[in-house]
Design a protein around this ligand. Structure first.
Ligand code: HEM
Length: 90
């Protein structure tokens, strides 16, 4: 059987900015990654990477380096799937 993915809502993602002692998560093309273990290796530096923390950074990522294969690089850092906020909570 397949591994069930954690379903991450935008409001959950918003709390994962890398501040307040919490890991930094990033939404990219429907998936959410924990980018904290990768941060020190990011060629563009930590502050630049964290511009995309706590949100869906698909567009920003694509503007900076669409050729980078983040899905392979972050496969061990996959948190779950980015889903819509449940009805009535927006
Ligand atoms: C390089 C920004 C997310 C991997 C860079 C550079 C910038 C940047 C400005 C250029 C550094 C330089 O040449 O001096 C960002 C921003 C991100 C982001 C704003 C958030 C949306 C990521 C992620 C990964 C990644 C999630 C991979 C998991 C890389 C790699 C390079 C790079 C491999 C070198 C690319 C090359 O030279 O062809 N990034 N980055 N970045 N970043 Fe990011």
């Amino acid at each position: 059987s397949s591994t069930p993915y954690l379903r991450v809502t935008p409001s959950m993602l918003k709390n994962q900015t890398g501040r307040k002692g919490k890991d930094a998560w990033m939404g990219l093309n429907g998936k959410v990654y924990n980018i904290t273990p990768y941060a020190e290796y990011h060629p563009g530096g930590i502050p630049e990477l964290l511009r995309g923390a706590g949100k869906d950074a698909t567009k920003l990522f694509g503007e900076v380096h669409p050729w980078v294969n983040y899905d392979t690089m972050l496969s061990a850092c996959l948190v779950g799937l980015l889903v819509d906020e449940p009805e009535g909570t927006e």
